[in-house]
Design a protein around this ligand. Structure first.
Ligand SMILES: [Zn+2]
Ligand SMILES: [Zn+2]
Length: 352
């Protein structure tokens, strides 16, 4: 398995992509290098440099589902599965990019680099916890939020065009008096809406690993900041390549586009008492499809046998998460309120 670690030219410590500056940073001597500089350095000196220094590793294996190799820093065993593209040594946290996984059809077209730092992600999660008074003490006390992980998630970004028509049955009901009669008049209308809507950058995650995380809820990403992919951005983060191919996501994209077209057509059918959507005929023409890695801060944690997942958009900072509620703590609070209430009532009774 061919892997690559980025080393500081000054002190030989690891270089990681720094979300704050957008540079490659050495945490040891605090030097900064631009991504292009590091890239150039690796391309010109390339393999020779890396092999001399023992930074490129290959190991033959028959099982392609998993791989393992020893960490060049501490000798610990680094394990990844079939879609791992960037990881770290679980013992010394040495960042590794599995360059072999990022070739050919698996080389991403684009990347949105991390903009939210780990520090910012941790404090956002602490704020989320802080706002939850009912959170069990056992859950919050052992620094779980520090385990938040920066992950590049594989996405398919699609353009498409949807055109067609939607029919509606609509009514307009009027009530008026005519002499001694109360008249209810119902007019029935056949409403048709048609047109073409173009969609740019519909995102769809290309991984089966995120079950339980609704990637749609941390969207949108700002695609104007999407840049051509380069391996350097992955150093210091985790990354996966796709395991859901583009054909599979196109169906989901078509459904999303159709739903959106129906919604925007429906918004124009106004001024009726009732509207019922009838038959619709919407055709999807697929446009460009791009493969991109998008940044997500993630925390998966177990509490009381249940898994809780938090996710944060690594570009915009938008957070979603589910939090456990401690029933006992809830009842203690309720009891406390009643306790205070009873005490106040007793005071009033004494005063009388
Ligand atoms: Zn350094
Ligand atoms: Zn190590």
């Amino acid at each position: 398995m061919e892997t690559l670690e980025y080393r500081c030219p000054n002190c030989n410590a690891y270089l990681v992509f720094d979300a704050k500056s957008g540079d490659m940073k050495c945490d040891y001597c605090l030097s900064h290098f631009s991504v292009d500089e590091v890239k150039e350095n690796n391309e010109t000196r390339g393999k020779v440099y890396n092999e001399e220094n023992g930074h490129t590793h290959s190991c033959e294996e028959s099982d392609s589902e998993y791989f393992s190799y020893s960490c060049p820093s501490c000798g610990g065993e680094i394990i990844g599965d079939a879609t791992t593209a960037a990881t770290e040594c679980p013992f010394c946290e040495n960042p590794t990019v599995i360059t072999q996984r990022l070739k050919g059809e698996f080389k991403p077209d684009f990347v949105i680099p991390f903009k939210v730092t780990k520090k910012e992600a941790v404090s956002a999660l602490e704020k989320l916890y802080g706002g939850k008074k009912l959170l069990p003490n056992a859950f919050t006390k052992d620094n779980r939020v520090k385990k938040v992980t920066g992950m590049y998630v594989p996405y398919w970004i699609c353009d498409c065009e949807a055109s067609g028509t939607v029919h509606y049955d609509a009514t307009r009901v009027r009530t008026y008096t005519d002499g001694k009669y109360m008249v209810t008049r119902t007019d029935i209308y056949k409403v048709i809406r048609g047109g073409t809507v173009s969609f740019d950058n519909i995102p769809q995650d290309g991984t089966t690993k995120l079950e339980g995380i609704h990637t749609e809820s941390i969207e949108p990403y700002d695609y104007s900041e999407m840049i051509p992919f380069s391996n350097e951005y992955l150093s210091g983060y985790f990354a996966d390549i796709y395991d859901v191919n583009s054909e599979e996501v196109l169906d989901r994209v078509a459904e999303r586009a159709k739903a959106s077209v129906r919604e925007s057509f429906r918004e124009t059918v106004i001024g009726y008492s009732t509207v019922t959507e009838g038959q619709s005929n919407i055709n999807i023409k697929n446009g460009d499809i791009h493969y991109a890695l998008l940044p997500v801060w993630m925390l998966n944690t177990n509490w009381n046998g249940k898994t809780y997942t938090f996710a944060m958009n690594g570009q915009t900072g938008k957070v979603v998460g589910d939090l456990p509620v401690d029933k006992k703590k809830f009842w203690k609070r309720v009891a406390m309120f009643f306790g205070i209430f009873a005490a106040v009532a007793a005071l009033i009774a004494l005063a009388l």
